[in-house]
Design a protein around this ligand. Sequence first.
Ligand code: PEP
Ligand code: CO
Length: 447
Amino acid sequence: MEPHITARLDAFKAFPAAQQPAWPDQEALAAATRALAAKPPLVFAGEADLLQAKMSAAARGEAFVLQGGDCAEIFAESSADRIRNKIRTVLQMAVVLTYGASLPVVKVGRMAGQYAKPRSSSFETRDGVTLAAYRGDAVNGFEFAEESRRFDPWRMVDAYHHSASTLNLIRAFTMGGFADLRLVQEWNRGFTANPAYARYEELAAQIDKAVRFMAACGADFEALKIVEFFSSHEALLLDYERALTRIDSRGGQPYDCSAHFLWIGERTRSPEGAHAELLRHVRNPLGVKVGPNAHASDILRLADKLDPAHEPGRISLIARLGASEVRAVLPGLVRAVQAAQRPVVWICDPMHGNTFTTAAGVKTRRFDTVIDEVRGFFEVLREAHAVPGGLHVELTGDDVTEVLGGSEDIDDEALTRRYESLVDPRLNHQQALELAFQVAELLRAEA
Ligand code: PEP
Ligand code: CO
């Protein structure tokens, strides 16, 4: 790498960096990041450019983005079954949303790299014992024991390998026939056959009819078996993201080759912080989480830094305001972004502003509140004549019981049955589909 590019990419080291583990062993850190820097890229610059083009279509209202996956991926759960179920869920949702929006859906997994978490407290105390908080499998172990909670930089190398095998499977599933539109629609029919979801039968029947219409018109279903599926995660661990930043042989530009799309989290989005400084130099499309306390001026300063050229789709603003705040807070942010003539993609994350703890101490969200935030998001953007560009959700393809409600009405008692997430509660397979059907209904009603 040319020295002046290296200097630019390393400049972040002089900036304040929030949410970084205090690695106890600097030699181990240096050795692990050297090992990472020697690994092949996980994604290619040309793929990130392709996604950037799709994000710019979403900014114009010519595509809709669906981004979904675990809050935190877990090494022990990166089995073929779990990954397949997640991909299947996203594909099923995408078919329903494609019909609802009458737009191509850009499919982005919170997958193959979502291994580091920001935490509100650095420590956790149980029975008088205080240890470092769990910061994701790329940093330390979840088990509450001294050894497991110690920050180990070699875990970043493990995260790389788990990301590589997950991506390999994603590529296999989305190229090898698993994504066949007819098959995906068949799964959706299976979903609406369950009496709990009978209210969506009519929409599923309309989609069936549309697929048959396509067949009659001679659509090439063989070609439609291949779908584009992009990877994304929060660019939290600066040591990891820096080590995977590579220079594209085509144009000499840096790309963060750990994923196609990277986002900056709510806790690390300071315009003067190290995250913004590192990411402004990479050419991937970028996301920024926007919480209810965000000042429009901060978001605009950050946009100036990350996107001085006002490139359409370069930045996605992922609003996670909470159902109770979205209608009050989002209009001002949208107006400010419009006034600054910033061609961003507005994406709704209806999960992170709606988390609460039950009387029994379980961290959860309500399905109805999630839907309410999505509704509020659409209302505000339509009212402002801006484009609602996408949806960002925490989901799994399995039958977990982490989010309250939905037609199968998961209640407090059910939360104890199969709660597996180590961090935030995820929509299960059925709740994720139900959300897609409800959003599709919303979009059809508007059309
Ligand atoms: C997340 O997406 O899991 C997350 C931590 O979000 P936020 O930065 O919006 O709180
Ligand atoms: Co989360």
